[in-house]
Design a protein around this ligand. Sequence first.
Ligand code: PEP
Ligand code: MN
Length: 301
Amino acid sequence: MNWDGEVKVVANGTRVPLVSGMRTDAARHNDTLWLKLKRKIKPVVIAGPCSVENEEQILQLAHEVKQAGATMLRGGAFKPRTSPYDFCGLGEEALKYLHHAKQLTGLPVVSEVMSAAQVEQALPYIDVLQIGTRNMSNYELLKEVGRTDKVVMLKRGMSATIDELLQAAEYILLEGNDRVVLCERGIRTYETSTRNTLDLSCVPILKALCDFPIIVDPSHGTGRRDLIRPMSRAAIACGADGVMIETHCDPKHSISDAAQAITPEMLKDIIVDMNTIAEALAERDSVNEPAHTLCNSASSR
Ligand code: PEP
Ligand code: MN
């Protein structure tokens, strides 16, 4: 933690005692999944389709994203869709396919849950339970995942402040689960060139306020495949532990979020970029203070 004294407040003065007093990584040294989520030098890369569409698709993608250098596989089984007439996911069938993909590739799997019943269904198959932007403030769901022993990736609500995100994390910690990963996935602004506005400034701010791994999702953050590469580079440069990128073997025909999906080949190039940036900065940060450390600026507020 970067807090010096007992003052455990975030930017607006809200108390989040558990978030700001998280146990150190030393306490988690045997937790291999958790350690995978904390960037050493190479960034964490979670890749896979928006939705699991069928078994063949997810198995092929799992192999291809692994080949490209991804460290985890994502895939939506329960899809929160703006229109109830859109594809809402294959449900438990998709969870089984994800699990199969994990067995074949060794990649831990990440998938979203939207209700207590879905948490139950996902437990045998999924390594990281994702709470999506629409449910960041679903406090009963946060408590539910807080009672599991799974890593929880909590995505920032599309209209949530950093304070609100940290307080949502506090709900999970209060139930006893402190393996929380935070994900910046863009917030709603008046800008129409992008689906959301990716708020990369939240990365160094969060790094100064808590010890959670921070993942950036440039796919939902921009909604545009042409912006995935520059925003992924930027995410690593500003100190994110990693990225989550929607990847599809045939992006244009992705059943959901086709406009933001990239191919495994594109992913491979982006991973090379991110590793290059991470290595260059690690070298500089070993002699200088890490650029993503806010020093006194955040804690003196
Ligand atoms: C997703 O990651 O599949 C997703 C739906 O993201 P978000 O909740 O950020 O929209
Ligand atoms: Mn999506």
